[in-house]
Write a protein that binds this ligand. Structure first.
Ligand SMILES: Nc1ncnc2c1ncn2[C@@H]1O[C@H](COP(=O)(O)OP(=O)(O)O)[C@@H](O)[C@H]1O
Ligand SMILES: [Mg+2]
Length: 410
């Protein structure tokens, strides 16, 4: 279905220095669009773009000073996907190719006798732009939905991982409270003994000496000496574990979808492992070899999403004893790699070409959605990275994620 053309809300920036052609284009556009703003050269157009927003730019290629191609480059750099139509003379097909290369959506050849062609092209580029934006939004929603699905799957395990330290922190605090209560009793006895000693009264001095002996032999003191510090250290360890788990969870669930920053992939491996740990620890051995690697430019939450899915997949592929997952990070020339290998059931050759397809899953409903690798592929593409996979049935699968080295001193 094609929506019928409605340009009535469009705002167009028209850049043309030729009075005749400019007038003609403006009159064609003004018939249907909401607002036409005109600029006579690229510099003026750039100034206007800094102040106003538009749905599309129509520009001549030959302008005084900076050319239409320069303007396209500027728009592409500063305003991303704002649609641009380049108007160029006959025989300038090369510049039309350039225009596409630098980000124009379409071009029209002069002389432009048929006004309908301009209006149709304008409608089509703006519609395409709208659809691309809609698509991007849907893609983001899909990424989020998959993340929520993983979170749902991890929730029970994460709750368990938090519950454990919480229980022993509470237990230790209870014990410490008991010890504290008894130490207050002891402290009071010490005060009495001190007063008895000070009194010089032989009866009271004798009583105080016996009391001090008793206190000295008290098992509470002995226990406090040996265990209390340990108990508090353990409670602190437990609290730190909870903090780590909650931190990983918060990082994973973060919604600021696109922000790119320097990322230490080793940290992301640790965080992702924290989240899936409860799901893996009863099933298999997990070994890590994390080398010192430079940071990459990436989105930590998205990278965690890739890693969590790969680790869950690896865990789900392992069935029975001697399961093993090994995670390795290393640098290979200018590329930074994470390898996740399992000795699970492997991927049959006939499935291999489909594993990155959306909704391809060999798992039961509720276990898999078939979106994990599809989304992982998209995320890695967004990071200018790659996913490599090798697998042998009944022997295992190895995924390698490759990132370009970040352009930073990390
Ligand atoms: N480590 C692995 N071992 C075996 N099969 C795997 C592995 N990783 C992925 N697969 C296969 O690829 C399919 C798609 O994976 P994915 O996109 O993560 O979706 P899901 O895990 O929801 O099924 C899985 O259903 C499984 O058949
Ligand atoms: Mg999966």
């Amino acid at each position: 279905m094609t929506a019928s053309r409605d340009l009535s809300k469009f705002r167009v920036l028209l850049v043309d220095d030729d009075p005749e052609c400019g007038e003609f284009l403006a009159s064609v556009l003004e018939r249907e669009v909401a607002k036409v703003t005109r600029a006579k050269d690229a510099e003026k157009a750039m100034d206007i773009l800094r102040l106003e927003s538009f749905d599309a730019v129509v520009t001549d290629k030959n302008l005084p000073g900076k050319s239409g191609i320069d303007l396209i480059k500027f728009i592409h750099e500063c305003y991303g996907s704002l649609p641009v139509i380049l108007i160029t003379g006959q025989g300038s097909v090369d510049s039309a190719v350039d225009a596409f290369k630098f980000g124009a959506q379409d071009y029209l050849l002069k002389p432009l006798d048929d006004p309908e062609i301009l209006l149709r092209t304008l409608w089509s580029v703006v519609e395409q732009h709208r659809l691309e934006n809609e698509n991007k939004l849907l893609q983001q929603k899909l990424i989020h939905a998959e993340k929520m699905e993983s979170l749902g799957m991890l929730a029970a395990g994460v709750a368990h991982e938090i519950n454990n330290p919480t229980s022993f922190i509470m237990g230790n605090i209870e014990m410490f409270k008991d010890d504290l209560a008894q130490s207050i009793v002891i402290f009071k006895s010490l005060q009495t003994a001190l007063e008895d000693l000070k009194s010089g009264d032989p009866g009271r001095v004798k009583k105080a000496t016996e009391q001090l002996k008793e206190i000295g032999e008290s098992p509470v003191l002995e226990r406090m000496r040996n265990e209390s510090t340990q108990m508090l250290d353990d409670a602190m360890d437990g609290a730190q574990r909870i903090k780590r788990i909650v931190g990983s969870l918060r990082g994973f669930a973060r919604v600021d979808t696109q922000l790119m920053e320097p990322v230490d992939l080793n940290e992301e491996v640790e965080r992702s492992l924290t989240l899936v740990w409860n799901d893996l620890k009863y099933k298999c051995k997990v070994s890590k070899s994390l080398q010192q690697i430079p940071k990459v430019i990436g989105n930590p939450s998205q990278i965690d999403q890739v890693l969590v899915n790969m680790l869950i997949n690896a865990g789900q592929a392992i069935d029975g004893k001697n399961g093993h997952i090994s995670i390795r990070t290393y640098q290979d020339h200018s590329r930074i790699c994470i390898e996740i290998a399992d000795n699970g059931k492997g991927i049959p050759a006939e499935h291999m070409e489909h594993i990155f397809d959306p909704f391809f899953t060999t798992k039961e409903v509720g276990v898999g959605t078939g979106l994990g690798l599809y989304i992982a592929y998209g995320i890695m593409k967004h990071h200018n990275g790659l996913i490599d996979v090798k697998s042998k049935v009944d022997q295992g699968t190895t995924f390698v994620l490759t990132f370009p080295e970040g352009d930073i001193n990390g």
